[in-house]
Write a protein that binds this ligand. Structure first.
Ligand SMILES: [Cu+2]
Length: 153
């Protein structure tokens, strides 16, 4: 049992040191994934609705260099989150929430929405490719995901 606990704390140490919580400006995600954007640069607003447990729509197309204002509404009866990033980092975020369901999460670009709440996330897309978004909460992450396709200019 003791050994098991040691393994768990080792795993969480590795997760904590892997940039999941840090400002994306300091992580490797900048570039391919883009980064939180500036209000004055917004070119377009995209609306997203959260239901229990899906994102509508679950696919969005943007262009390289665009800064999008996402207006996210929680139309469900449960609490939801929205996190943008690589598939790998979203999986890590979901994993941490499973291990520590009561920990507070402070990713700079994380939205946490109570039922009925609406919030905004501004994101600047740097390079063509695909980026994911998801609700990383336990039991939601499997289905509550979407893809942002960033087209070349
Ligand atoms: Cu959710």
């Amino acid at each position: 049992m003791r050994k098991f606990a040691t393994i768990i704390s080792l795993v969480s140490l590795i997760l904590l040191s892997s940039n999941v919580y840090s400002d994306p400006k300091n992580s490797n995600e900048v570039g391919a994934m883009g980064q939180p954007g500036d209000d004055s640069q917004v070119s377009r607003t995209v609306k997203l609705t959260q239901v229990d447990n899906l994102f509508l729509p679950n696919e969005i197309t943007v262009r390289e260099g665009e800064t999008i204002r996402f207006v996210v509404k929680n139309a469900g009866d449960k609490k939801h989150e929205m996190l943008v990033g690589s598939q790998e980092n979203l999986k890590k975020a979901a994993h941490v929430r499973r291990i520590y369901p009561d920990r507070e999460h402070t990713e700079s670009h994380l939205l946490q929405l109570e039922p009925g709440e609406q919030k905004e996330l501004i994101w600047h897309f740097e390079q063509a490719g695909t980026i994911e978004y998801a609700c990383p909460l336990p039991g939601h992450f499997k289905k509550m995901r979407g893809t942002i396709i960033v087209e070349r200019k």
